[in-house]
Design a protein around this ligand. Structure first.
Ligand SMILES: Cc1cc2nc3c(=O)[nH]c(=O)nc-3n(C[C@H](O)[C@H](O)[C@H](O)COP(=O)(O)OP(=O)(O)OC[C@H]3O[C@@H](n4cnc5c(N)ncnc54)[C@H](O)[C@@H]3O)c2cc1C
Length: 376
C-alpha cells in the first residue's frame, strides 16, 4: 500500500547539504527530508574549513557541537604539514584565521547531530526512504520512495532539492549527464593514533598524493589519492596491498610503522571533480556534491555544501517561487542559481590547478602531467 504526503519542499538526501538546507528552510516552508540510510555511515571527509563554522553559528548549531564530550564530535586541527613541491616541510596553519582553527570531525557523529537538529527544528524526516521514481504533474513533483521493507510512499512537493551527493540520483533520473574532469579515487584506512604531533599531513608522491589526519577517539585516517586508470586494481583492493603502497612514501611510512598491525582498510571511493551539466530545472535544484563535487585536496566539499544551501535559501525566499510561482520568476531563479554554481565551479577549478601546478617533481608522470595542462 502506498502512503501519501504533501509538502512545499522535498529534500532528497540527508547528508551535509540536505540537513543544512532543511534547517535553513524550515522557518519559511514545510520541509520533508528523506535519506536512503536509516543512519549515517562511517565515511572519509573530516576536515571542516574554518569558514564553515560561521554558517553553523548563524544556524545556532555551533553551540550544540560544544556540548558533546570533549573530542567526541571533533578535535581542533592546528594545521597541516605539507610535503608538496619538495621534500621540505611547509606548515600551513589557521592560527591567524578570524574564523578559528579547522575542525577534524567524527564524520558519522557530525551527520547524526545534523539529522537530530533537523528533527528538533521541525523538519519532517523520513529514513530509510530511497528515491525510486518521480513525475511532474500539474506543477507539482510526485516523488515515489521505497523503504527497506519495500513499502512505497508518494510525496507531492512544490519543489525538490537533489542533495543525494555525487550520484545526483534525482537529476540522473531526469536524464541529466555528469561531466567528469578527472579520474581521481581515494583508498583509505583507519588506525589508532600513536603520534604526539596531531597536525594533518599531506605528501605528494610519483603517482598521486597521501594525506593523514587525526580524528576524534584518537583515531587516524590515512588516504591515498590517484587516478583509477593509473593503478592496478589489485594494488588498492586490500590491506596488504595498501600497506605495501604506503611503505613507498617516507612520511606516511613513519606514521604507519608504529602500529602497522592495527590498521583497518576501509575501501576505495570516487574523489574526482565532477559537475552536473544542468544544476537546475523546473521546480528543482541540485545542491552540494549533487551539483558539483570537489577533489579532496581542496577540503572544501562540506563548506561548499553548507554555503550553497544558505545561498539557495536566500534565493528561494527572495524569488518567492514556492508560494507565488510564475514562469518569469522561475526563469530568473534558474538563471541566478546557475550563475552562482558556475562561479563557485570556476573559482574551484582555478585554485585546484594552482595547487597541482605547484608540484613539478614528477612532471613526466601522467598523474601530474595531466594536471599541468588542464585549462580552468
Ligand atoms: C576522499 C574524500 C575526502 C574528503 N575530504 C573532505 C574534507 O576533508 N573536508 C571537506 O569539507 N570535504 C571533504 N570531502 C567532500 C565531502 O565529503 C563532500 O563534499 C560532502 O559529503 C558533500 O555533502 P552532500 O550532502 O552534498 O553529499 P553526501 O555527503 O554524499 O550526502 C548525500 C546523502 O544522500 C543520501 N542518498 C543518496 N542517494 C539517495 C537516494 N537515492 N535516495 C535517498 N537518499 C539518498 C545518502 O545516503 C547521503 O546521506 C571529501 C570527499 C572525499 C571523496
Amino acid at each position: 500500500m502506498t502512503t501519501h504526503k504533501e509538502t512545499d519542499i522535498l529534500i532528497i538526501g540527508g547528508g551535509i547539504a540536505g540537513c543544512i538546507a532543511a534547517i535553513s528552510l524550515v522557518n519559511h516552508y514545510n520541509v520533508i527530508l528523506i535519506d536512503k540510510l536509516s543512519e549515517p555511515k562511517e565515511r572519509i571527509g573530516e576536515s571542516l574549513a574554518p569558514a564553515a563554522q560561521r554558517i553553523l553559528k548563524q544556524l545556532d548549531l555551533l553551540e550544540g557541537m560544544q556540548l558533546f564530550e570533549k573530542e567526541e564530535l571533533y578535535v581542533q586541527n592546528l594545521g597541516m604539514q605539507s610535503y608538496w613541491g619538495s621534500e621540505q616541510v611547509h606548515i600551513v596553519d589557521h592560527l591567524r584565521n578570524p574564523d578559528g582553527l579547522s575542525k577534524s570531525l567524527n564524520r558519522k557523529a557530525f551527520e547524526t547531530y545534523l539529522r537530530a537538529s533537523a528533527i528538533k527544528r521541525g523538519v519532517q524526516c523520513i529514513w530509510p526512504a530511497k528515491l525510486y521514481r518521480s513525475a511532474f504533474e500539474a506543477n507539482k513533483w510526485n516523488v515515489i520512495t521505497t523503504s527497506d521493507d519495500h513499502k512505497e510512499q508518494c510525496i507531492k512537493a512544490s519543489f525538490v532539492i537533489d542533495a543525494t551527493g555525487r550520484q545526483s540520483h534525482f537529476a540522473k533520473s531526469l536524464g541529466i549527464k555528469r561531466l567528469h574532469i578527472d579520474k581521481l579515487i581515494a583508498c583509505w584506512a583507519t588506525l589508532p593514533n600513536k603520534e604526539e604531533n596531531k597536525m594533518s599531513t599531506i605528501s605528494a608522491t610519483e603517482n598521486g598524493w597521501w594525506y593523514s589526519a587525526v580524528v576524534p577517539n584518537n583515531k587516524r585516517i590515512l588516504a591515498f589519492q590517484t587516478d583509477s586508470d593509473l593503478i592496478d586494481r589489485s594494488a588498492i583492493k586490500d590491506l596488504h596491498a595498501f600497506i605495501q603502497l604506503s611503505k613507498k612514501n617516507k612520511q606516511i611510512n613513519q606514521i604507519l610503522e608504529k602500529n602497522i598491525d592495527e590498521i583497518t582498510f576501509q575501501g576505495t571511493v570516487a574523489a574526482n571533480s565532477t559537475r552536473l551539466e544542468q544544476v537546475i530545472g523546473q521546480q528543482w535544484v541540485a545542491l552540494g556534491d549533487a551539483a558539483i563535487s570537489f577533489d579532496p585536496l581542496s577540503s572544501q566539499g562540506m563548506f561548499n555544501a553548507m554555503a550553497s544551501a544558505q545561498q539557495l535559501k536566500k534565493l528561494l525566499t527572495t524569488s518567492d517561487i514556492i508560494y507565488n510561482h510564475t514562469p518569469v520568476k522561475e526563469a530568473q531563479f534558474q538563471e541566478t542559481y546557475t550563475q552562482q554554481i558556475n562561479s563557485i565551479w570556476d573559482q574551484y577549478l582555478y585554485h585546484k590547478n594552482l595547487f597541482y601546478k605547484a608540484e613539478m617533481r614528477w612532471i613526466e608522470h601522467p598523474f601530474w602531467k595531466r594536471r599541468q595542462v588542464r585549462k580552468s
